[in-house]
Design a protein. Structure first.
Length: 408
């Protein structure tokens, strides 16, 4: 026995070997320390010659938990942690550095390891707002803006003079109040307000849909010499389309939430959520075009498929992005479309000034080829296309569906 203890081959003079059992230095364990094969403490080197800590000896997941302590503390499930990590730039490739195949498995470990006091009150007295998971507006309630607008149209067409104007103003106020109230709940509601100026540009776009095409046509022919006919059918169809917008947004949010619960990688979720988004968007467009055809037939007006359809698509995408925490791009898109429509009217009337006749040439060329409705179709269609491309990148992220967001 004494020979074994004094044999140089069995002492610390022999190279220390790594083991994989408990208490050995595998370089991959959490909270383990290096030891020699004979159980003695390793010799300590001088500070000048001591190497830095070995890679892998620290607990990288614990360090990540400390960095995102608030996120882990308020999370009600691992999906919120996964979405929060993605919002902070953590990808599946980053998760591999923490020895996890994807962000979801990394979030599962962080959620399981985070200490929680079972007797402590829940960090969420009420469930955190997630787009579409709040109290949904009933189906009949979503029809309220359309029904109010239809009643206003019927009342205005059955009267004349000041009574018609008063009824039109009152009906417009009621429809606007109904929409504003309904947007506080359901899948189109968001945890924060829209960007500054969004309401003003939305009101201008709807006003142009009601009066703009007629005014532009009169301006191009030297008028207006008197009142021109407003476009009631597109505005009524857009009001009636609020209900399909709510239902399609709710469908997208619900299906995306299911995909989030079953996906095992961020790329997988994005790939599965993108067809859901495009399908819900196409479903809404189909409903809107059907309503335009119906309203045009009942009111005996041109349905303005291109202009009103593009405006409806723009408004849906803008609200959907805002509800999921992306209000900046919708504000820019609405402002750009509204400014383009306003500029088209301004150039037509400014061309009547001496030496300014060339100002109306672009608008005149477009309207001669496709009609006055081509101006809102191009303005809103271009903005809606840009928002759709933006939505396919942002609304297919896990972070857009699992946790409340700060405006981005």
């Amino acid at each position: 026995m004494n020979e074994l203890h004094t044999d140089p081959e069995a002492t610390g003079n022999a190279p220390a070997t790594r083991g994989r059992g408990i208490g050995t230095s595998s370089g991959t364990g959490i909270g383990t320390e290096a030891s020699t094969t004979d159980g003695r403490e390793p010799a300590t080197a001088s500070p000048a010659s001591a190497p830095g800590p070995r890679p892998g000896t620290a607990d990288p997941v614990k360090a990540l938990m400390n960095r995102h302590h608030d996120l882990c503390a308020r999370a009600v499930d691992h999906l919120e942690i996964a979405a929060g990590l993605e919002a902070h730039g953590v990808t599946d490739r980053t998760a591999a550095r923490f020895r996890h195949r994807d962000v979801f498995s990394l979030a599962e470990e962080m959620y399981a390891r985070f200490p929680r006091d079972p007797d402590a009150p829940s960090p969420h007295p009420a469930p955190a707002h997630r787009p579409g998971t709040g109290r949904p507006a009933p189906a009949l309630l979503a029809l309220l803006p359309g029904l109010l607008c239809a009643a206003t149209v019927v009342a205005a067409r059955s009267t004349a003079g000041r009574s018609r104007l008063a009824l039109a103003v009152l009906g417009t106020l009621l429809v606007g109040l109904a929409v504003r109230t309904l947007l506080r709940r359901g899948p189109l509601a968001g945890p924060h307000r829209a960007a500054s100026g969004t309401r003003g540009w939305t009101f201008w776009l709807l006003t142009y849909a009601f009066l703009g095409d007629g005014l532009l046509g009169e301006g191009l022919t030297g008028g207006p010499d008197g009142p021109w006919s407003p476009a009631t059918a597109p505005l009524l169809a857009l009001a009636l389309a609020y209900a399909p917008a709510v239902w399609c947004a709710g469908l997208f949010t619900a299906l995306a939430g299911r995909r989030l619960g079953t996906s095992r990688a961020l790329d997988d979720f994005a790939a599965s959520a993108r067809p859901v988004l495009l399908g819900a968007f196409a479903l809404f467009l189909g409903a809107l075009l059907g309503l335009l055809a119906l309203c045009g037939t009942l009111l005996g007006e041109h349905p303005a498929y291109a202009g009103a359809g593009a405006l409806g698509a723009l408004l849906l995408l803008a609200r959907l992005l805002t509800a999921h925490g992306f209000p900046h791009a919708p504000a820019v898109a609405l402002a750009t479309a509204g400014a383009a429509e306003g500029l088209s009217l301004a150039t037509v009337f400014a061309s009547r000034l001496p030496g300014c006749s060339l100002l109306s040439v672009p608008v005149q060329t477009v309207t001669d080829a496709w009609g006055a409705g081509s101006v809102p179709a191009l303005a809103c269609g271009t903005a809606a296309t840009a928002l759709l491309l933006h939505a396919t990148r942002t609304l297919t992220r896990a972070s857009a569906h699992a946790v409340p967001h700060e405006p981005r």
